[in-house]
Design a protein around this ligand. Structure first.
Ligand code: FCB
Length: 464
């Protein structure tokens, strides 16, 4: 009974109050490895995250996604939960090793059937499915052959994309090729803190390039296959600010902006890789084949942006976030909603962007579940203030198409394990019981109010 809490007991953050257009898509997001569990069930192959979690020291609490939210076995309950939120859309990812265990060749019918049920279940409940092909869980069998550093993986990804499209593509609203290529390349292959745990900058940059090429080739292949879903990619972007106005800090911020934002945005919108970053990389710059840059620039139907905070960088020492005076989330990330407006205005100014979805936004906060309630005022405020930031960008002409909260429910937060909770629905991992937090009630109420405003009626429920 996730929505048993009477509405008048709720803390109500200010109504973000902006006039979002009819058709603006409101959603919640998850990813396969973070919620599904059933890691070895029904013929699923091993993913690089299964392997990475088993190597000691990689995950803060020594956990893995083996069980996670047990979503695979609780699909119907979770579909009802999504529907109860009254969102327009649900963003999820397909686990490549669940549907194609070795990453090439044979398909796993049981895995495909699960996503059939998921997509059909969403459509039956009036919720648009937004499908991501790659949210980091590469089949380990492909990693054994070099993974994303191996050019052959590009073609395997295109084949995988086509297979998923043929099975599910007609019933989904959007298809995202990759979630956050920067994270996979940098955190996975240069910093070694995410799977596959490599520490080699040249490899990381080659991976980034292969991710972009595979994105472009997959978009072309899906279009040629008659894809009706809107096609795009999801980037993690932040405004990058210098820690001080010293020339050295400013130069460093410009370079970080190149590595995080321009390295991806420039080629997606038809430009070469940024010169300043190429000079910085020197011999670590990737091998680029003839035709690659044209492939990467395949037209996008939408751009997905995941936004959590700004990045502040100093030339000499890392920026100390505790000194900024901004509130911090449980991840230690600054709460900085104006950064989202700034970012959206900037990408709109600098690039010919298609409609933009904020595909992830939310906050980890240390929650307390008591008497079946979680009073997560901090998370509700976080979400409300970022929705207002999107509204501000909309008001200044940025073509915003939707906003999705990260996350539907608490889940396996990668290297942080289960200690960090991003959900608007609480998960008790011992019992798998789901409890809507105040932020979920607020979000649902906010959506109800939007709809009522658009329908020209006024909601009069007590206390709101
Ligand atoms: C993003 C990821 C998502 C989640 C959030 C907190 O980088 O795409 O899976 O972990 O961060």
């Amino acid at each position: 009974m996730p929505f048993s809490l009477p509405i008048h007991n709720l803390y109500q953050p200010a109504d973000p109050g902006q006039h979002f257009p009819p058709g603006f898509v409101w959603g919640v997001a998850t990813s396969a490895y973070q919620i599904e569990g059933s890691a070895t069930a029904d013929g699923r192959g091993e993913s690089i995250w299964d392997r990475f979690c088993r190597q000691s020291g990689n995950i803060a609490d020594g956990s893995s996604g083996d069980t996670a939210c047990d979503h695979l076995r609780r699909l119907d309950e979770d579909l009802d939960l999504i529907a109860a939120l009254e969102v327009d859309a649900y963003r999820f990812s397909v686990s490549w090793p669940r549907v194609q265990p070795l990453g090439q060749g044979a398909w796993n019918e049981a895995g495909l059937r699960f996503y059939d049920r998921l997509v059909d279940g969403l459509v039956a409940r009036g919720v648009q499915p937004h499908l991501t092909l790659n949210h980091w869980d590469l089949p380990q069998a492909l990693q054994d052959q070099g993974g994303w550093a191996n050019r052959a993986t590009v073609q395997h990804f295109v084949d995988y994309a086509l297979g998923v499209h043929r099975r599910l593509g007609r019933r989904v609203a959007t298809i995202t090729t990759h979630n956050e290529p920067w994270v996979m390349a940098k955190l996975g292959h240069e910093d070694g803190i995410f799977a596959p745990g490599l520490r080699h900058r040249a490899t990381a940059m080659q991976v980034a390039h292969h991710l972009l090429v595979s994105h472009g080739l997959a978009v072309q292949a899906l279009r040629a296959d008659g894809c009706a879903a809107r096609l795009g990619i999801v980037l993690n972007l932040s405004p990058v600010q210098p820690a001080t106005d010293s020339a050295a800090d400013q130069a460093r911020a410009r370079l970080e902006d190149g590595l995080l934002v321009r390295w991806y945005m420039d080629p997606l919108f038809g430009r070469a890789y940024p010169d300043d970053v190429l000079v910085h990389l020197g011999a670590d710059a990737p091998q680029v084949q003839a035709g690659d840059m044209a492939a990467i620039a395949a037209p996008l139907d939408f751009l997905g942006i995941n936004y959590y905070s700004r990045a502040v960088v100093g030339a000499d020492a890392p920026f100390d976030v505790t000194r900024s005076g901004l509130p911090l989330t449980d991840m230690g990330w600054e709460v900085y909603p104006e950064g989202l407006t700034d970012l959206l205005l900037r990408v709109h100014r600098d690039y010919p962007v298609p409609p933009i979805f904020v595909t992830e936004n939310g906050g980890a906060f240390a929650d307390t579940l008591a008497a079946g309630q979680v009073h997560d005022r901090d998370r509700a405020d976080y979400i409300a203030s970022h929705i207002a930031a999107v509204g501000a960008a909309l008001g200044q002409g940025v073509p915003m198409a939707g906003y999705m909260v990260w996350s539907l429910m608490d889940n396996f937060e990668w290297a942080s394990g289960y200690a960090k909770r991003f959900g608007i629905v609480h998960v008790d991992y011992a019992t798998q019981r789901r409890t809507a937090k105040d932020s979920a009630h607020w979000y649902r109420r906010f959506l109800q109010r939007r709809r009522a405003q658009q329908a020209g009626t006024v909601l009069t429920t007590t206390g709101v």
